[in-house]
Design a protein around this ligand. Sequence first.
Ligand code: MN
Length: 257
Amino acid sequence: MSGAVILVTNDDGVHAAGLAALARALEPLGEVYVVAPDREQSAVGHALTLHRPLRVETVGERRYAVNGTPSDCVNLAVLGFLPERPVLVASGINHGANLGEDVTYSGTVSAAMEGTLLGVTSMAVSQSDPDGSGFEAAGEVAAAVAARLLVEGLPPRTLLNVNVPREAPRGVKLARLGHRVYSEKALRETDPRGRPYYWIGAGPPVWEEDGESDIAAVHDGYAAVTPLHLDLTHHGALRAMSAWEGGLTALLKKRKR
Ligand code: MN
């Protein structure tokens, strides 16, 4: 189908099965263009490539690989590469969930953040099974959410984070971000030359009990939909800390004398 342009990207790379599933699922909603990293870029967060040129390789009809990050792909696509401005940026389907504070590391979610920063309605979609099965069900969820999103839009500076369980979901729950409990330590080992090395993120994540969270929803077999706001300001703390202003200003003035 032709019509409005939809940009699909991911952080698992242009050849990932989840990306193909998302592109296929959104095909009925518009003209899908895939602009995605040429290799896996998971957990690169919101990184941009500013100190070397980006190259685009055509890998199929309306399918392009970029030697950069997910945010590079969205930036490049929206700000010039696509024939017109997309009506939707969809990132995923990530091989593995992006729940709770995962969103602060995730290249998948960052690509949707980049779309939002550029003023395009954006969503990230992840699926619990890192081995990459069950993308059909996740694709159906993504298409349903995208169709509604294209009609309703989102508040300013807001994106959607969607997580789909391994099995076909029992339904959809609107859920808040969960909270990870850091219980593990960085592993310290010794390499064959006798030097220490460290390994982080080795254990399974432990989550705080919260029945309203995205983690609980996915655990219970539902697809979780979480609106995320790019304004990270803690407005309560901003008000509560107002007295810091005078105190810190006075301190700085005293130092200057
Ligand atoms: Mn990934």
